[in-house]
Design a protein. Structure first.
Lengths: 101, 637
């Protein structure tokens, strides 16, 4: 048997680290994409852990789904990043405030 | 037939006002005057049937306001018939006179339409059989009075006078409306029949500690104060002389201003049961007679002198009412209507003769030039000052006689005031005649001819009425034991008989004073400077009209206006209501939207933070559920 605390808490820590990366990051868009990947992977890990814990294979299915989607998302994100850099000449998140009210 | 007395003037009004453009000035003259003459004929028939044959007529025309059980109804009793006759006769003569007086005026159809509308409204007032219909006529004559004072609407002074008349009358109307409301709440009805038949059962009943009938009578009298220009609300009447002279004769001398007296006569039943209000009526009437006559002594405008005289004579009528001699008051109303209309109309001829000059100081010396006008104005003036055996003598002298025959502080007071007023009346009447006709001319131009038949014929009719009416109808209207009124007027304390047995000296006292005034006038007008210097204070006081206008403007109107501006306008309207209303909400919403806008920074990490925070708050309620799920998982595994 796997201990629930040992199996889930690191996942949670990873998830929260990803969130913090998103929220506290003022530098650039790449860090943001990395944090997003971190979140997705932590969630993936959580699916897998639950699959093991609950003895249910569906969690593993979902992990595969999420992996593919994360790969696609990373590709799109990087493409957007490149496009954004071409457009603005910078990838600093601090200056992404065109939506200001 | 009875309704046609009202319908004919109304028809005249409609034709002249709607079709005035097509029938033109001449057509308007012919149609409105002709219809009014027809109205006079009907009025005579009504007088014959109602008064002489003694058959009061009551016509129910239909439902008006069902909720308070109000119906259109017309009541023709002796009082109505007398007033109809007076109104239609004078109105038709004034219509006739206007043809000559207003000659060349571009607004002739409008003028005739107003005159006819006025006659209609006045007839509605006197023929109504309930208070609300009477009030309709009351307001009708008020508004037509405004329109006619303001007839030459390009003159600023006329506009101001018209508005003044309307606004001052509004105070009296307010009293009358309150009276109607109280009458409805006390009597549960507004038609004369129910109200008057219930009066004796309400004697002594109180409402909030006041006698019900006294309250009703007081508010009714407030209406009469406004309309009949009694002291306190009398300032509008002399100013109303800005209107054309025929209007002054018809509205501001003979008919409309007597509406207040008519109201008291009509509700004599209520007034009789309100003795305290009667004392008030007496004293205020006497004071009005005295004060306005004293102002009339020093006025220089020809029409204004006669206007103050009207005011003073109205005071006589009112205090005759206060002495419970309603029939006598009506008698004076009738005679006064004739001789005052005569005075005004002949003043109009004089004013025309001097090419629209109204200041008496610029007139003079025309008794050879306008002999007919001169003699007619003499008749009017002597009738007014109570020269024996002219019609004014019979009514005015009788009023003073019965005042002298009642013993009470108020009665003695008004007897003295009335007698002194007789002196004043004689003084200013003779002063008018002297300044206008006898003294040599002092500037101004004179027309070569006196006036056409249109100007002079009505004067002749009115002059003969001013001479004979008093003698002819005295016994009928106020004779001892005359059954003429037939319950139209209620008089509980009739002391005509005691009046007959007054000592000769007391009876002759007013006449003596009138002759004294006459002689004083002869002697004073010639020598001016010395006496005027010694009487400078009195003269200034009187020519400033006892400072009534000044006091009311500065002590009453100004504070009210101030309150209206500072409190009602600036504090409430522009203050509280604006802050809690449009301006306030506008400011609050713009501030809120500014705050909300500042949340939207455009920084992605802020949005992410909000997003996470939102999810946390969204899931917080389910926390226990998730814990439960976790536990369940733990147990099973």
């Amino acid at each position: 048997m796997v201990d629930i605390t040992i199996s889930l808490v690191p996942n949670l820590i990873l998830f929260v680290l990803g969130l913090w990366g998103l929220i506290l990051n003022r530098k650039n868009l790449i860090l943001m994409l990395l944090s997003l990947e971190l979140i997705l992977l932590s969630v993936n890990l959580m699916f897998l852990m639950y699959a093991v814990l609950l003895d249910d294979i569906e969690g593993q299915y979902f992990a595969f789904y999420v992996l593919t989607i994360a790969a696609a998302e990373a590709a799109i994100g990087l493409a957007l990043l490149v496009a954004f850099y071409r457009l603005r000449g910078t990838i600093a998140v601090k200056f992404m405030n065109l939506m200001k009210g | 037939m009875y309704l046609s007395v009202l319908a004919l003037p109304l028809m005249g009004f409609l034709i002249c006002s709607i079709g005035g453009r097509y029938i033109g000035g001449r057509g308007a003259q012919i149609i409105s005057t002709g219809l009014l003459m027809g109205s006079v004929l009907v009025g005579c028939l009504i007088f014959y049937e109602v008064c002489l044959v003694q058959t009061p007529v009551y016509l129910d025309v239909g439902s008006w306001i069902p909720i308070i059980d109000l119906r259109w109804g017309f009541l023709f009793d002796s009082l109505t018939a007398v007033l109809i006759l007076v109104v239609t006769v004078i109105s038709s003569l004034v219509h006739f006179y206007s043809i000559g007086y207003m000659e060349g005026d571009p607004h002739f159809p409008r003028f005739m339409a107003y005159l006819s509308l006025f006659t209609f409204a006045m007839l509605v007032l006197v023929t109504a059989d309930n208070f609300v219909q009477m009030f309709l006529g009351w307001e009708g004559v008020g508004i037509v009075s405004y329109l006619l004072i303001n007839f030459w609407f390009t003159r600023l002074q006329a506009n101001k006078s018209g508005i003044k008349a309307l606004v001052v009358n509004r105070i009296g109307d307010w009293g009358l409306v309150l009276a109607l409301v109280i009458i409805y709440s006390v009597f549960k009805g507004l038609d004369y029949q129910s109200v008057f038949s219930l009066v004796p059962y309400l004697v002594g009943e109180t409402i909030w500690g006041f006698d019900k009938l006294e309250v009703v009578a007081l508010f009714l009298f407030l209406g009469a104060i406004g309309k009949s220009a009694q002291l306190g609300l009398h300032m509008w009447l002399p100013d109303a002389m800005e209107g054309p002279t025929p209007v002054s004769a018809l509205i501001h001398a003979a008919t409309m201003v007597t509406a207040g007296v008519v109201l008291i006569l009509r509700t004599s039943m209520i007034f009789e049961k309100a003795p305290h209000v009667l004392i008030f009526v007496t004293v205020l009437g006497g004071l009005t007679a005295f004060v306005s006559a004293s102002i009339g002594l020093v006025q220089n405008d020809l029409k204004r002198v006669i206007a103050y005289s009207t005011c003073s004579q109205l005071g006589y009528m009112i205090f005759a009412c206060g002495l419970s001699h309603y029939s006598l008051s009506c008698f004076h109303l009738v005679t006064h209507a004739f001789f005052k209309a005569l005075l005004f109309l002949s003043a109009g001829v004089v004013i025309h003769g001097f090419l629209d000059e109204q200041d008496m100081r610029r007139m003079g010396g025309v008794f050879t030039k306008f002999p007919l006008t001169y003699s007619l104005m003499c008749i009017g003036s002597f009738s007014l000052l109570g020269f024996p055996f002219l019609s004014g003598y019979y009514s005015k002298d009788l009023i003073l006689e019965v005042a002298g025959a009642q013993w009470g502080i108020a009665t003695v007071f008004v007897y003295l005031l009335g007698s002194v007023t007789a002196l004043f009346t004689a003084y200013y009447s003779i002063r008018v005649l002297m300044l206008t006709f006898w003294l040599p001319i002092r500037g101004g131009q004179i027309k070569s001819q006196e006036g056409g038949v249109f100007l002079l014929f009505p004067l002749l009719v009115l002059a003969s009425l001013s001479i004979f009416v008093g003698y002819f109808v005295k016994d009928m209207l106020v004779g001892i034991g005359s059954g003429f009124w037939n319950n139209a007027l209620i008089e509980e304390t009739n002391n005509l008989v005691e009046g007959e047995f007054l000592p000769f000296s007391l009876k002759m006292f007013p006449i003596f004073l009138a002759f004294l005034g006459l002689c004083l006038s002869f002697s004073l007008v010639g020598l001016r400077l010395e006496l005027v210097r010694s009487l400078k204070g009195v003269y200034g006081f009187l020519s400033k009209k006892w400072y009534f206008d000044k006091i009311i403007n500065e002590w009453l109107v100004a504070p009210i206006l101030n309150v209206g501006y500072q409190v009602c306008f600036k504090f409430i309207d522009q203050g509280v209501l604006q802050i809690f209303g449009p301006v306030g909400s506008m400011k609050v919403f713009s501030k809120i939207s500014k705050d909300v806008r500042s949340i939207q920074t455009g920084q992605i990490y802020h949005y992410v933070f909000m997003f996470v925070l939102g999810i946390v708050f969204l899931l917080a309620p389910f926390e226990s559920f998730f814990l439960f799920l976790g536990l369940l998982a733990f147990l099973f595994v």
